[in-house]
Design a protein around this ligand. Sequence first.
Ligand code: XMP
Length: 516
Amino acid sequence: MKDQEKSGGIVILDFGSQYTQLIARRVREFEVYSEILPWNSPMERVFESRPRGIILSGGPRSTVGPDAPGIDPSMLDGRVPVLGICYGMQLIAHTLGGRVERGKLGEYGRTRVTFDPPDASAMIKGLPGSIDVWMSHWDEVVSLPAGASRFASSESGACAAFSMADGRVQGLQFHPEVQSTEHGCEMLSGFVFDICGATANWRLGDWVGRAMRGISDAVGAGDRVVCGLSGGVDSTVAAVLVSKVLGDRLECIFVDHGFMRKDEPAQVLDMYGRLNLRVRHVEASGRFLEALSGVTNPERKRKIIGEQFIRVFEDEARGLADAKWLLQGTIYPDVIESGSAGGDVIKSHHNVGGLPEKMNMKLLEPLRELFKDEVRRIGPMLNIPEHFLKRHPFPGPGLAVRCIGPLERERLDTLREADAIFVSEIRSAGLYDSIWQAFCVLLPVRSVGVAGDVRTYGETVALRAVSSLDAMTAESVRLPWEVIDRTARRICGEVPGVGRVVMDVTGKPPSTIEWE
Ligand code: XMP
């Protein structure tokens, strides 16, 4: 944390809200560096990068419940501005002697709040007197700490915002970071710039130059680097960035597990070639299918694929005995979720986990401080084609987790063909870029049909199209009927073995985006 651009940013203390990453991304959209730290980080760590402000996130706990996460009260002395959001606001009130109680009903979803007085906080300067905001809370601040003044109330009369310490400590009961809150970005910007006085100096163009210098300094002259390419955005951006610095000293290994979409391996290899990456293509589908023979349990499938991937990669990398570095496309959410930033482990990432130690290699992770949308924005600066960067997210185990039941070559081909038809119809309708993910799932469910007077007994394809901001939650997309109808007719007519097409209309929650 020595970079100039990182000092003077905003620290977000994470109390477990599903929106914490969104707060950090919003701040970065203002070109101000933001970093997420666990709520219980030591004070020296919180102030290490000399932040201009601190945001306390929301969270699932109650300040009045047992073992409620708390903060050192000295953080709220006004020397560094603090904004508490939802749980963060209740925590400020609770810590400074106000009272928080379990509300009777709670407030969930879109709620109207009224500002009064309208000029009470720099965060609401110039906003209408009353706006719709996104609420998600049960507890309420029923009495404010001494010296605090309320400046927003919800329709139920509950306190929706307060300000204290000459405006340097602020609390919002609602979530300004979510899209459903009107003027949310303006409120956050008011905090970041007007209250904290932060400077907009986090520029991705500058970041690229800095990252390249960092790679050049870290990797010793003559050292070689090896990288596993998956065909995805993160590993591609990481590899191109490093190859711009090291040229042929970067050796890439592209493991084709056989679960990619139609024509995908050829397309990505062609692109890697145009980007001047040195890539070893390993066609390993036979090995993967053999290891997965008869396996239908989703978790077993994922585990076997992960293990096979490591074995294949290891076999290939053995020939590169002098490679001292392993390059990985780890991005900031992976760092946060895997607990490396100091938080709880949500899910462990194991792209090629365990390999660096085993093969005595050092890890090179140039993207570890970037969010996904930042990685996508860097792509064009490295001449990576826009259409590749805009592709829908695709899971590491690929079609294996969309082919329910046994993984057989024929069934995978069926799924590939159906998927290609659906995506081409979505593209033709001009909908591709506005949808988060659209794909097919092959179900091992046979049903009776009729085609040209002949009885058929084919499997079922489910269509799934979801909208989402960050894959944490998702909604089913209301596709035009003509698109669904054309897709269903084409799949049944053009893909042998499919007898029925159904539409998955569930959101996340309760369902996940993928089926396995
Ligand atoms: P779920 O199914 O959990 O998916 O709602 C959320 C998002 O993550 C993607 N996904 C994966 N991505 N490796 C990945 O790189 C995986 O194993 C994996 N599983 C799910 C999924 O496509 C969606 O965008």
